[in-house]
Ligand binder design. Structure first.
Ligand code: G3P
Length: 219
């Protein structure tokens, strides 16, 4: 499973890229608002750091506007993928952009039927929002299981990008359910590395190493 960071914060993106386990990045207007910077400029900077796909979200509500925005974003860098919403207009735009050779990420997917439509429209990435389903009392990760089955039944090539991930348990579950990609906030990314037994193990090895040095000095 590929690991993407869901962020428009350049420091966070750089930190993850420096570790070397980073396959791509997703952004949206909310994340850009948090940074308070120009969207296109930020995308260009992100594309300079991240080698994998970087998703840029359109904000028009009609297909014509989405295609226009998408074509502009696509000029920024080769690794840009255009995000369109799961609406009839979004799917119209998806078909047009895909036909013109621009990859599309269909976002705001909350049901297997929507994911089926997104695949039929030619989406390269399909983004089910896990956390937001949990927020309304559903089990978000179930949606990953359903979409995986639908795509495997018919051999759809669209990649399942599990989004709206809120914790490390979500990451584990979507990995077990066969998501192709998980995009997550930097905080969750950092937490993936942690385990209390790893910390305790390092401490014990270091303590024993220091004890050994003292004993050797005595000899
Ligand atoms: O990738 C989509 C993500 O940014 C939405 O996450 O936590 O706002 O539901 P959240």
């Amino acid at each position: 499973m590929k690991i993407f960071i869901d962020s428009a914060n350049l420091d966070e993106i750089r930190k993850a890229a420096n570790i070397g386990i980073l396959d791509g990045c997703t952004t949206n207007p909310t994340l850009i608002l948090k940074e308070g910077k120009d969207y296109k400029k930020t995308l260009k900077e992100i594309c300079g750091i991240v080698k994998g796909h970087v998703s840029a979200e359109t904000v028009s509500l009609n297909a014509e506007g989405m295609v226009k925005e998408g074509k502009e974003f696509a000029k920024i860098a080769k690794n840009i993928v255009i995000k369109v919403p799961m609406t009839p207009e979004g799917m119209k735009a998806c078909r047009i952009l895909t036909k013109s050779g621009i990859k599309v990420n269909t976002t705001l997917v909350f049901s297997a039927n929507q994911a089926l439509l997104a695949a039929k429209a030619g989406s390269y990435l399909v983004s089910p929002f896990i956390g937001r389903l949990d927020d309304i009392g559903e089990k978000g990760t179930e949606l990953i299981r359903e979409i995986r089955q639908v795509y495997d039944n018919y051999g759809f090539k669209s990649l399942i990008l599990a989004a709206s991930i809120r914790n490390t348990e979500h990451v584990k579950e979507v990995a077990m359910l066969g998501a192709d990609i998980a995009t997550m906030p930097f905080k969750v990314y950092e937490e993936l590395f942690n385990h209390k037994l790893t910390d305790a193990g390092i401490k014990k090895f270091l303590d024993d190493w220091n004890k050994l040095q003292k004993e050797l000095k005595k000899k």
